[in-house]
Design a protein around this ligand. Structure first.
Ligand code: ATP
Ligand code: MG
Length: 405
């Protein structure tokens, strides 16, 4: 059925004053960005809800995008009717027929802001209820817990009808919590951590370490493509590729094997922090989960976190792998995450990394390296590119050609 508009209700209503205004403005702009494909849409952000007038745009397609916009609690497709009883009856019937399944119970719930209208709320409830009973078979009335609530709103300009309450993505509009850098590997955990950070309103930029010639173009393409999936939740995400091979080779050559992983991670975090500062981010986010591997024990976190005083956020830190996988499946990153292109950490992973590295030893060993030079050269090789929703990288020609070399 052709809906007239979509009504959007906001999440986290505790936000007040200026914060509330920022929340609404940001949400409106995020929604507009995600719906750019329909220039005919008209947006009306208000204090307590937002209306999108469809002007003929298909609700189903708009719905598929809206589902993923953080900051929306619930939303409803709405039809309008002219202000006379036969028009209301006709639209009510059309709406019910489009959504009703045999055996469902329902009730009519009318509200009126135009008190001049010839019927009051009780009259409309029973008139429309009776009409629907006459026209439809199998319909049951239920006042307490109906399956469908047909909402009728009598406003000055028209009558508004809706009977679906769709669940939004929840969370906060992306951008309301500021900006951070996200350390994205090609694995399962960091894409899920990215999603959770976006959900709390953090605008992220991906930092990805790659190590040619040890890692293939496909590993890089995979991280970019994961970013494309996550961009569905925020519109666009910048992807920052950082060359890491020289650092890994140098560490491997000069330092004791037990500390390879710890020192590599210290360099990753140090570089992520410098990129964060340059790009005005306020935190670093990663996909660590306590005890999952040697680099994610609390002792390892002490030895690695030492290189920055900025907040390092770990959204999946207390989740079990099963829980992380379930979320990865839900957000659509799992299948790509398990594709077998190895990233830089797997390739330089020592056979027996220390699960309890010592901070003073990590600091001491590191002194043997030209830290500033290594960092400066890695930063000089950075490449930044914007990635858009569902952008593909694994199957394009250049990745394929590169693989043949
Ligand atoms: P993931 O599934 O996210 O790869 P993991 O369990 O494989 O996580 P590790 O490889 O130990 O864990 O990495 C821990 C975290 O370090 C990752 O979640 C990610 O935030 C960061 N990280 C690891 N490799 C890279 C990389 N190549 N580029 C950017 N960040 C990385
Ligand atoms: Mg990994």
């Amino acid at each position: 059925m052709q809906y007239t508009e979509v009504m959007i209700r906001y999440g986290e209503l505790s936000t007040k004053g200026k914060n509330r205004k920022d929340f609404i403005n940001r949400l409106a702009s995020n929604i507009q960005k995600t719906l750019v494909d329909w220039p005919e849409l008209e947006f009306h952000p208000r204090h307590d809800r937002m209306h999108i007038v469809l002007h003929g745009a298909p609700f189903e397609a708009v719905d598929a995008r809206l589902k993923r916009v953080f900051g929306i609690q619930t939303y409803s497709p709405v039809v309008t009717a002219e202000k006379n009883l036969p028009a209301i009856e006709a639209k009510a019937l059309e709406l019910m027929q489009a959504t009703f399944q045999p055996g469902m119970s329902f009730k009519v719930n009318t509200r009126r802001s135009d008190h001049q209208f010839e019927y009051d709320t009780n009259q409309l409830n029973s008139l429309i209820g009776d009409y629907l009973f006459d026209q439809m078979t199998d319909l049951k009335a239920e006042m307490k817990h109906p399956d469908l609530v047909l909402r009728i709103e009598v406003r000055r300009d028209a009558i508004y009808l809706s009977n679906q309450l769709l669940k939004g993505a929840g969370g906060m509009p992306v951008g309301t919590a500021g900006k951070a850098v996200m350390m994205l590997s090609g694995g399962i955990d960091s894409p899920v951590a990215s999603y959770l950070a976006l959900k709390r309103g953090v605008d992220i930029e991906m930092v990805h370490f790659f190590s040619p010639p040890y890692t293939t173009d496909k590993a890089l393409a995979k991280a970019k493509e994961l970013t494309g999936i996550l961009a569905n939740y925020s519109g666009k995400i910048n992807f920052i590729a950082v060359p890491f091979a020289e650092i890994q080779e140098t560490i491997k050559e000069k330092l004791p094997e037990g500390y390879l992983m710890t020192i590599q991670r210290r360099f990753m975090l140090r570089l992520a922090d410098l990129i964060r500062a340059k790009r005005h981010g306020k935190a670093i986010i990663n996909g660590e989960s306590i005890g999952q591997v040697a680099s994610q024990t609390l002792d390892s976190m002490i030895a690695i976190n030492d290189v920055t005083a900025m907040p390092v956020l770990r959204p999946v830190v207390t989740m079990d792998k099963n829980e992380i996988i379930a979320l990865a499946e839900k957000i659509g990153t799992f299948d790509l995450s398990i594709a077998p292109f190895e990233d830089c950490c797997t390739i330089f992973a020592p056979p027996r990394p220390k699960t309890k590295p010592k901070l003073d030893k990590a600091r001491l060993y590191e002194q043997e390296l030209d830290i500033d030079g290594l960092v400066a050269r890695a930063l000089a090789g950075i490449q930044v590119m914007p990635i858009y929703p569902n952008q593909q990288f694994l199957h394009n020609k250049s990745a394929e050609d590169a693989d043949l070399l």
